[in-house]
Design a protein around this ligand. Structure first.
Ligand SMILES: [Zn+2]
Length: 434
């Protein structure tokens, strides 16, 4: 074994040699999750997701990695170090997708981890610590309305009641999904941790960029500054009263008008926040009256909506949530309606490790890979690790057409460049005895 630390260029060359492996893994993903209606669908705790975990595990074994799973049915593919007690380097991302999503969102981070391990082997490196690639379950919150299920489950930080939530389309409870797909639902319910955060040296995640900035600026790679925290109403309602269209205005308790006022007020809150130099985003993705009860000639008595508010600063997030409740109270008073916001879901702001992020930047510059610092527009498993106190860093890869759609457009060239940066960091860190 060669325990000399390879140069950035040697690592880049070793990563480049894994091009065929990367292509095979991306092709495998499409084959196992192609949706006849377009794109790929890898629902969390579905047979498709499980099939991918199993196939990736087999390929990892062929690469000489040790494969294990945990109570949440996450998969760990580990290049074993010489000291099993040393703090592990963990990397990875999620293998689930939204319905009819693209092939790269999430999965690219798992492919990157496997490519990194294969490159380390190519370089003859026997790491001092374990280098573990985590295939994370159930990151996409569109399905269960809870974020970071697999990673928070592994860290023992899932919120109360999370295992009883139901998949929005099928009604499958999360606990049944975990059991069906090979997890240990009792251990998950008891919040059994897979590892203590203190056992990890870091968590590194490569992910496609979900905004247009890298593509616009001609940069293959972005280094993440922070992951936004959020609060969400996955299942909120405005309750008014159904009535005849002739009902006088003063007697109306109109759910649609009240909810519309809420939308406009939240949009104004966003504009004010941006004007104050505090970036955020606010999305009301569901906004619907009940098709069983609504009619052209009825005052709407009920409206269902969702809310996602996100920003990069914990204090700001708290302030935004308080202001949202103030807006709701004022509308309830004025419009004589009631907001039932249901269970609020929350995720903390994910702070990135300044040290690892600077190292990524230095390595990118050594390799002459154009790069920039970039706030993440989206949520990622990395935020769960950062919240648990694990030093965390993310690399974004240029992607032309946004994510969560079949047109995600990451090139293998860009992917390998970003992976080389991460691999060089792992090559260096895995040789150190800390
Ligand atoms: Zn993702």
């Amino acid at each position: 074994m060669n325990n000399e630390i390879p140069s950035s260029v040697q690592v880049m060359n070793a990563v480049e040699k894994q091009r065929a492996l990367a292509e095979k893994l991306f092709d495998t993903l499409v084959e196992l999750s192609r949706d006849p209606e377009g794109g790929v669908t890898r629902a969390p705790y579905s047979p498709e997701e499980t099939g991918i975990h199993k196939r990736f595990g087999e390929i990892a074994e062929e690469l000489g990695l040790k494969v294990t799973t945990d109570a949440m049915a996450n998969t760990y593919m580990t290049l074993q170090g010489s000291d099993p007690a040393a703090k592990k380097i963990m990397t990875g991302s999620h293998l689930d997708s939204v319905k009819q999503g693209g092939n790269f969102d999430g999965a690219a981070g798992v492919v990157a981890g496997l490519v990194a391990c294969a490159a380390l082997k190519e370089l003859g490196i026997r790491p001092h610590c374990d280098v573990s690639v985590m295939g994370v379950r159930a990151e996409e919150s569109a399905w269960f309305g809870v974020s970071y299920i697999g990673s928070r489950g592994a860290l023992g930080t899932l919120p109360d009641g999370a295992l009883n939530v139901k998949r929005v389309d099928s009604g499958l409870t999360l606990v049944d999904g975990i059991r069906n797909e090979g997890g240990d639902s009792d251990a998950a319910a008891a919040r059994k941790k897979t590892f203590e955060p203190s056992e990890l040296r870091c968590f590194l995640e490569l992910h496609i960029e979900q905004g247009p900035l890298l593509d616009r600026d001609g940069l293959p790679v972005g280094i993440c500054t922070a992951i936004p925290g959020n609060f969400r109403f996955p299942n909120a309602r405005v309750i008014g009263e159904y009535g005849h269209v002739g009902l006088l205005k003063a007697w109306r308790r109109d759910a649609v008008t009240a909810a519309s006022e809420f939308v406009v007020a939240m949009d104004e809150l966003w504009a004010q926040s941006e004007a104050d130099g505090k970036p955020m985003a606010c999305t009301i993705g569901v906004f619907s009256t009940d098709p069983e009860l609504h009619a052209m000639t009825k005052v709407p008595g009920e409206l269902n909506f969702t809310l996602d508010v996100r920003c990069y600063n914990s204090e700001h997030l708290k302030e935004l949530e308080e202001k949202t409740y103030e807006i709701i109270r004022a509308i309830e008073e004025r419009r004589k309606v009631r907001f039932e916001i249901g269970k609020t879901a929350r995720a903390a702001v994910g702070e990135m490790s300044p040290t690892i992020s600077s190292d990524f930047e230095r390595i990118a510059n050594e390799l002459k890979i154009p790069n920039c610092r970039l706030g993440s527009p989206a949520s990622h498993d990395s935020a769960a690790f950062a919240e648990a106190g694990v030093p965390t860093a993310m690399i974004f890869v240029r992607n032309a057409n946004g994510s969560h759609n079949p047109d995600e457009a990451m090139t293998i060239d860009d992917f390998l460049q970003a992976t080389a940066i991460m691999t060089k960091w792992i090559a260096d860190a895995s040789q150190q005895t800390i």
